[in-house]
Design a protein around this ligand. Sequence first.
Ligand SMILES: [Zn+2]
Length: 311
Amino acid sequence: MFDRKKIADLSHDHSTRNLIIFCIVVAVLFGVALVSGQLELAVENNTLKTADAEFQVHVLDVGQGDSILVVADGHAMLIDAGEESSGSTVVRYLQRQEIEKLDYAVATHPHSDHIGGFPAVLEAVKVGRIVEADYPAQMTPTGSIYKNFLTAVKQEGARFGVMTAGDTFSLGNAKVTVLAPEEDYAPEDLNNASLVLRVEYQETACILTGDMEEPEEQAILQSGAEISADLLKVGHHGSEASTSQAFLDAVDPQYAVISCGRENSYGHPAKGTLERIRAVAEKTYITANDGTVVYLFDADTGESRISVNGR
Ligand SMILES: [Zn+2]
């Protein structure tokens, strides 16, 4: 009646079945761990969202021109606003970013591809303070673009004045330092009178250069100011006369961004300049190819990344 063999077989069958179940469980757990591990990796690499970044630098695609939005802890500063024809593009961009007020609007220098869009911006957005560079009075432009800019500034009613090297101010928890031009600096032209800013936020920093060329770069190097930065907005749309080796080496940027238009008539960026930059910076972006380029920094984790085309 009692069949040992059968029991033995049965027990053998049980252990085989248990082993199979064990293997399946291990495989499933391993699979889950693998997938979640991959997800975690993805989180680390590419999910710092604009909304989660306390410090942001947006180099807007405004064709041949400059317009840069800096946001720190919800406080915003706009540096340049592109040509007059780009005014509405800049306004729409600010609206998409839900910027209702600019603490600062900075005109690096009074050329049309930098200040042309300001009247539209000043009409659409409240501005706390408007700043321009301290260039010699005889260099003041006489054309309609600068007149329209001044009229818009007046209508806005914001405080309007110049800043010079060594001036500092806060934007949220960011510290902004004016690197150039010095007071009573005699620039060769308006490009070399560009207001150059270094914006520091925790352990990261960026340098915004307007249309500065080598003479103004030399002046900054001689001033001995701290100019290391993770992000460099390249001077003068990447022209040959800008971004000298000495300046580039001193800044030593991880990311470089060139703002220029597609097939622009100036040949920006210059081949030699691009080669110099690419030999130093880890990554170089050009708005003509990449569109708007955004640098994001998370204050809680210290994580940073570049976002292009909203990705
Ligand atoms: Zn320019």
